[in-house]
Design a protein. Structure first.
Length: 415
């Protein structure tokens, strides 16, 4: 039997709503869409925190971001367990801070792709920072090495928007103002009377950067096909965090308000034997599910100390251990809970005694436009908030989370 191999590609600041495979009809992502057509597509993948350091603790430890640090150790991490099994493990990233993450020390190799300090828009694709990272990713993915895990992290749209101007210009109609020429990542709260042309330019620039990403991913997929690795390697594409583009008047990194444009990310899993191709699931998945999924792929029998659960049963049409909620946090004042029927955001930045609640009906209100807490009542909001508290309490211990079941109206909505 051939030892398993896997490539995990994590792209930061990539929300699911920007991809054709998730319903976007404006931004062109043919390579990613083609990958989705060969993959198991998780429609409801939600981060547990927008704090990248903590998010990676979840990805590599199999424990939710609400779990205390004392439950984590280097040896029990995904790269640590694989290294002990004898699998080759490599981390490739263009984020130097991530390369220094405590759990990253368990990788056999850590490769950091350097980037320029003051980038500008590039004249050619090859001169962009994304292209430089993916050139290294292609070298890594096609080199003759023992089977193992290649983990590739890209700053994605969190890095400079240096795609050639032609890529953003293609999203401008004849009557539109010329798209902006800057490359710095924007971040701001729009005023009530914001200029729609300014927002349009930002959206065009972002779309151009996603187009560049798609070209780079296409080159990686082509290289994997040419060297035959498509047939023996599990491939996972995952967004690390989303990127607000004017929804709720927010642009880019900012106050980490836990709305869908920040917390809902793409997650594609392509199996080398074609299993799961074209399948989609509405299972609520979170970052701490990735480590047990990969360990299951490697044939580990024991990862019960992790609070995440393997998603491999999904390819056989069986749901993993049922999850009725996904909980998120962004510091002591910002938290949210998602069930199949609701998304509740709670913010107490004005003081612990004054919590502001926003409630949205799911899945119909995809973009969280209609706030309905006033119509659904404080009692329902209170029970959802209590469900978040129950989850936080359960996360204080390792292993399977023991939670009281949610009532039907929290799961299926109100008739």
């Amino acid at each position: 039997m051939v030892d398993p191999s896997a490539i995990v590609l994590v792209v930061d600041r990539l929300p699911s709503g920007q991809l054709g495979a998730y319903g976007n009809t404006w931004t062109g992502t043919p390579a990613i869409d083609a990958l989705a057509a060969q993959s198991l597509v998780l429609d409801q993948a939600l981060i547990d925190t927008p704090k990248l350091d903590d998010l990676y603790r979840s990805l590599w430890s199999g424990l939710h971001a609400l779990s205390p640090d004392g439950l984590r150790s280097h040896g029990d991490s995904l790269p640590g367990m694989l290294t002990r099994r004898g699998a080759a493990t490599t981390l490739l990233t263009d984020d130097a801070a991530l390369a220094g993450h405590p759990l990253a020390e368990a990788f056999d190799r850590r490769i950091t792709v350097e980037h320029s300090a003051a980038p500008s828009t590039a004249g050619d694709i090859e001169d962009t920072q994304l292209a430089r990272l993916f050139a290294s990713a292609i070298d890594l993915a096609t080199e003759d090495t023992p089977p193992g895990l290649s983990w590739i992290h890209s700053r994605g749209m969190g890095g400079p928007w240096d795609a050639p101007l032609e890529m953003r210009n293609r999203y401008a109609a004849v009557e539109d103002p010329p798209p902006p020429v800057w490359s710095a990542v924007p971040g701001k709260l729009l005023p009530q009377d914001y200029d729609p042309d300014e927002l349009l330019g930002i959206v065009q620039a972002y779309a151009g950067q996603v187009t560049l990403l798609d070209v780079c991913i296409g080159a990686l997929l082509d290289a994997l096909g040419e060297c035959g690795r498509t047939n023996d390697t599990l491939l996972i594409l995952l967004g690390a965090r989303g990127f607000p583009l004017g929804e709720h008047r927010r642009i880019g990194p900012g106050d980490d308000a836990l709305y869908g444009e920040l917390v809902q990310v793409p997650w594609l899993v392509r199996f080398p034997d074609g299993r799961g191709a074209t399948a989609r699931t509405q299972v609520l998945a979170q970052p701490h599910d990735l480590a047990p999924t990969l360990l299951d792929w490697w044939g580990f029998d024991e990862f019960s100390a992790m609070t995440g659960r393997s998603l491999l049963p999904l390819i056989d049409g069986e749901p993993p251990t049922a999850r009725d909620r996904a909980c998120m946090m962004a510091g002591p004042h910002e938290r949210a809970i998602r069930t199949p029927a609701w998304h509740l955001r709670l913010n107490s930045s004005g003081g612990q005694s004054t919590t502001h609640a926003e409630l949205f009906a799911k899945p119909d209100d995809r973009w969280e436009v209609n706030e309905v807490s006033g119509r659904c009542g404080e009692e329902l909001v209170g029970r959802l908030a209590a469900a978040w508290d129950d989850y936080q309490g359960a996360c204080q211990s390792p292993g399977v989370l023991h939670l009281p079941p949610l009532d039907d109206d929290l799961l299926y909505g109100i008739d």
